[in-house]
Design a protein around this ligand. Structure first.
Ligand code: COA
Length: 395
């Protein structure tokens, strides 16, 4: 039975802040961010956007009436949770008008959560092939202002429909996993920004990739010579180059044959968006599928997912013949091109201001023009709004 990604969509906020301007603010050479880190623009959520609106906006174009009727599970992965009890997926389930006989759950393991969601989705489809699973990775990457991590911030969501006989990517059964209890990046409940030992996180990421790859091979996975492209979790896009160096060390001949083109196209979206934690690997995948000119049909892709703390997983997939007909590349290109540049003051206020306070009642200013917006709270209950017309158009 072939199982995998039948449809995939990206949503990013409508506003961005450029990294060269951030470098000027920090009084450092812009090439440190543009070349050394590999980031050009940071996607910035408006005060009336959160992980729910990002997720619902990413999923909406994928939901026509037949898909709506066949989604039996929603898995929302995030490490920017809005509630300790209720799954953010329930708000999304409601905004998308999904059926009631559907299970909804939130997954968390730093940036790795969506991969656990994808693997669980494949297992559920194997069990009940007539049903589809909606997996959404949605996050806002937020570090202390003026910290080393600030230049890697970003926000966005990727939604995927997992089904039998997928139209885009067939996921292979082989899995290489590696878990290690380590404090390289974490965010205690009382903090809105992450704590990070950046250098340690890079070291553990690379160690995790090496172990996960060996574990994947022992599980019967493809040889590197059979893989055409590699997509890595990219907390900043330079990380893909560092990740590839693992293969240059352990599989030098195969890595040399692949060359930098094995990962360079997968960096393009990430450079213009920034880190989106759980969504970052899938943004890399979308970047590869959307921006590669050659026909990828039948090519094998290796994917490495990493979540600090830490869990790493290497898995692989085959691009399905005819995938281009189901691509949303034009929609993604329009969305990225139409964004508005923010001033430093506006970016600081939106990223670091108290725009979504811990108050019982407040309302957010109307900024986003997306199909869904976060309106504020009444009696501590989060309120969302949808544009009915856009919902109808999608069905
Ligand atoms: N021109 C070009 N490159 C430059 C440069 C310049 N003027 N100045 C510095 N660089 C390069 C450095 O050589 C380095 O490259 P390398 O990593 O290939 O050696 C890179 O820019 C980063 O410089 P560095 O001094 O290491 O940056 P930093 O101390 O500010 O921290 C991170 C970088 C990634 C650790 C930091 O952004 C961070 O903590 N990020 C969040 C955590 C994270 O993303 N972890 C990843 C694994 S999950």
């Amino acid at each position: 039975m072939k199982i995998g990604i039948d449809d995939i969509g990206l949503f990013v906020p409508e506003h961005f802040f450029p990294l060269d301007e951030l470098a000027a603010r920090h009084n450092i050479d812009p090439n440190k961010y543009l070349v050394g880190i590999g980031q050009e623009l940071m996607a910035v959520p408006a005060p009336d956007e959160d992980i729910v609106t990002l997720a619902a906006n990413a999923a909406l174009p994928l939901i026509d009436s037949a898909t709506r009727a066949s989604i039996a599970t929603v898995i929302l992965a995030t490490e920017s949770g809005i509630d300790q009890s209720k799954s953010a997926g329930l708000f999304v389930h409601s905004l998308l008008g999904l059926r009631a006989d559907c299970r909804v759950v939130e997954f968390k393991q730093a940036c790795y959560g969506a991969t656990a969601g994808l693997q669980m989705a494949c297992a559920l489809v194997r069990q009940r092939p007539q049903e589809k699973v909606l997996v959404i990775a949605t996050d806002i990457a937020r570090y202390e202002q003026n910290s080393e991590g600030e230049c890697t911030q970003g926000a966005g969501a990727v939604a995927m429909i997992v089904s039998e006989n997928p139209r885009l990517l067939e996921i292979h059964p082989h899995q290489g996993r590696y878990s290690l209890d380590v404090m390289d990046f974490w965010r205690p409940n009382y903090r809105s920004t992450a704590l990070v030992d950046g250098k340690l996180s890079i070291d553990v990421y690379l160690e995790s990739l090496q172990h996960a790859w060996q574990n994947y091979r022992a599980d019967g996975g493809l040889a590197l010579t059979d893989i055409s492209y590699l997509c890595f979790h990219q907390p900043f896009t330079k990380m893909a180059k560092k990740a590839f160096s693992v293969f240059e060390n352990i599989e030098p001949e195969a890595a040399k044959a692949l060359g930098d083109k094995a990962y360079s196209t997968s960096q393009l979206y990430g450079k213009a968006i920034g880190n989106c934690y759980t969504a970052s690997l899938y943004i890399a995948l979308l970047s590869l599928l959307d921006k590669t000119e050659e026909d990828l049909s039948g090519q094998h892709i290796g994917l490495f997912s990493y979540g600090s703390g830490s869990v790493g997983e290497f898995f692989s997939a085959t691009v399905v013949k005819g995938y281009q007909a189901h691509s949303r590349r034009q929609q993604h290109a329009r969305m990225l091109a139409q964004r508005t540049r923010l001033s430093h003051a506006q970016y600081s206020d939106w990223f670091y201001g108290n725009n979504q306070p811990a108050s019982a009642d407040y309302s957010t200013p109307r900024v986003t023009t997306g199909a869904f917006r976060y309106c504020g709270a009444e009696g501590y209950r989060r309120l969302y709004e949808s544009t009915a017309q856009q919902l109808q158009m999608a069905s």
